[in-house]
Design a protein around this ligand. Structure first.
Ligand code: AMP
Length: 111
């Protein structure tokens, strides 16, 4: 998708600190981390947010969670981590390409 920063990271035209990649998923460190470990897990298919997920593309979401489990192992945070996804501007979404924040490395506050 033109003008999508995460599509540009996925296709390599914008640099990132990648921690994981496979056929379906790209994961990289957040440029403005909110926790000692803050990784963005992004499906390679451009989906705006959760409302764009359907039976045809939901495998990309499943692959994001498979990746999350692997990343938690490689980052050594299996003792506890939080995964969140902001959907829509009202929820705080600023990049309109579906993604999951994996946060760890400190005690998380209550929601
Ligand atoms: P959200 O606000 O939930 O849409 O999350 C978007 C996240 O993307 C924010 O935490 C930003 O810090 C992060 N972000 C934006 N641009 C980049 C980038 N070029 N590389 C890494 N993270 C980014």
């Amino acid at each position: 998708m033109p003008d999508c920063i995460f599509c540009s990271i996925i296709n390599g035209s914008v640099a990132s600190d990648k921690v994981y990649e496979d056929e379906f998923v790209c994961a990289f460190r957040d440029i403005a981390p909110k926790a000692p470990v803050h990784i963005l897990i992004v499906p390679k298919m451009h989906l705006r947010d959760v409302s764009a997920v359907n039976a045809e593309n939901s495998q990309f979401v499943a692959k994001c969670f498979e990746a999350a489990a692997k990343i938690a192992e490689s980052e050594k945070v299996t003792g506890g981590y939080r995964i969140i996804s902001n959907n829509g501007a009202l929820a705080g979404q600023t990049v309109f390409h579906l993604h999951f924040h994996l946060l760890a490395g400190k005690k998380m506050s209550d929601l």
